[in-house]
Design a protein around this ligand. Sequence first.
Ligand SMILES: Nc1nc2c(ncn2[C@@H]2O[C@H](COP(=O)(O)OP(=O)(O)OP(=O)(O)O)[C@@H](O)[C@H]2O)c(=O)[nH]1
Ligand SMILES: [Mg+2]
Length: 465
Amino acid sequence: MYQESLKDTIAAISTPPGQGGIGIVRISGKESLNIADKIFVAKNNKKPSSFRTYSVHYGKVFDLNKDAQIVDEALIILMKSPKSYTAEDVVEISCHGGSASLKKILSLALESGARLAQPGEFTKRAFLNGRMDLTQAEAVLDIIQAKTEAFLRTSVNQLKGELTLELESIRELLMDSYVEIEAIVNFPEDDIDASSRQGLMVRIDDAIQKVNTLLLSSDQGRIMKEGAKVVICGKPNVGKSSLLNVFLRMPRAIVSEVKGTTRDTIEESAQIKGIPLQLVDTAGILRPRNSIEKEAVRRSHLNIDEADLILFMIDISDRISKEDQQIIDKIKGKNIIVVLNKSDKRVRVDVEKIRKHLSDSLQIKVSALCKDGIDILEENIVKNILHGKEFQESKIVISNVRQIESLKKCLLALQKAKHHFLNQLSLEFISEEIKLAVDSLDKITGKSISQDLLDKIFSSFCIGK
Ligand SMILES: Nc1nc2c(ncn2[C@@H]2O[C@H](COP(=O)(O)OP(=O)(O)OP(=O)(O)O)[C@@H](O)[C@H]2O)c(=O)[nH]1
Ligand SMILES: [Mg+2]
């Protein structure tokens, strides 16, 4: 089925919908250059197919069905096989970024012999044509979706092939062991000596350590990818939006002395001491009076449930009220830092009361208004999220669930192999586990992967990529 569809020439609008300065229609496949010849006329009247690869030309896109009506002015970029993104002939037509122009150029390409590309099909072709392995293809998606600079950097490393190299080095260790075991099994008269036994063990241990290191990186991988979710909650008017603005260093949320100012949750990405965070300011409303406020409460609760860390804010110039108590009941048992705000005012709150209910939680005094205590609060947020560990931005970070699952399977097989080895079980058992471990690695790189899974992976891409 792949071979069939690989023969097609595919086309899609590669820029996002909406208006923009420019937009790009991308075409890939054997017919790309012919299609370009049919719909594009260069200023020098030469046919695009005669242009050198990696050259850009100014001209016009024409609709031959309509007496060669001009559709748009455009630049055409040619990248001939095999040195292109998909390893096929690729043509990119860069026109004005309006939807009418882009749709018309796409429809002309389709009328001239291309078919509409599936989501991620350009990248899928790059993979199927051997331009990149699956980890690199997935890195393309990660780069497009990267929300944090730290994650962008590791995704670019993955696209460069850093993860591929590491996986290859583990695979090599395992293949060497596998070949050695097979030789012994097939030629039992050459009995295994102590030094090859030792060598085998060292290689399996090395592989276990490398897989473990990759898996350990996944701890911070999700934080790098998404940013840890830090939700600010508390009753109305305690200063939640003021704190959000202090973190963001800009007046993002409306702050006022009117209770219930924030009605919708406000989400912003930010970095605190280099750690990517998803900061959420919630509505303080507790007793909704209408459907809008009901929705606001629902969203606050949803965010509280999904939070990596809750900043529970209390106004220290006020006594603990029923409303505070209601929130305490909702968040009890979660990962919480209690933020005692308005430290510039006279203290009326009974801190012991909070301690009684949230005994494990750290309490930090701040004044969002005067920006006092913010540094200490930020330090503790970071400490809390990283569980006291240092944030190490390593070259390779695993954040993809599919990759994590395969690595776990690989590790399990290697641990079994080691166990068999130590218990002097027959070598066949060990070689079976090593084969399973290699197979798990091959699933990550795509060397061995089912069609269904491949389709699933690429279907999460956008059209045109
Ligand atoms: N004195 C003092 N006032 C503060 C401080 N932080 C916030 N305020 C004031 O408290 C009032 C409420 O602040 P907001 O940040 O809007 O409070 P909120 O918790 O977001 O309120 P809702 O959106 O209504 O739930 C405003 O008048 C702020 O200027 C502080 O540290 N000290
Ligand atoms: Mg607010």
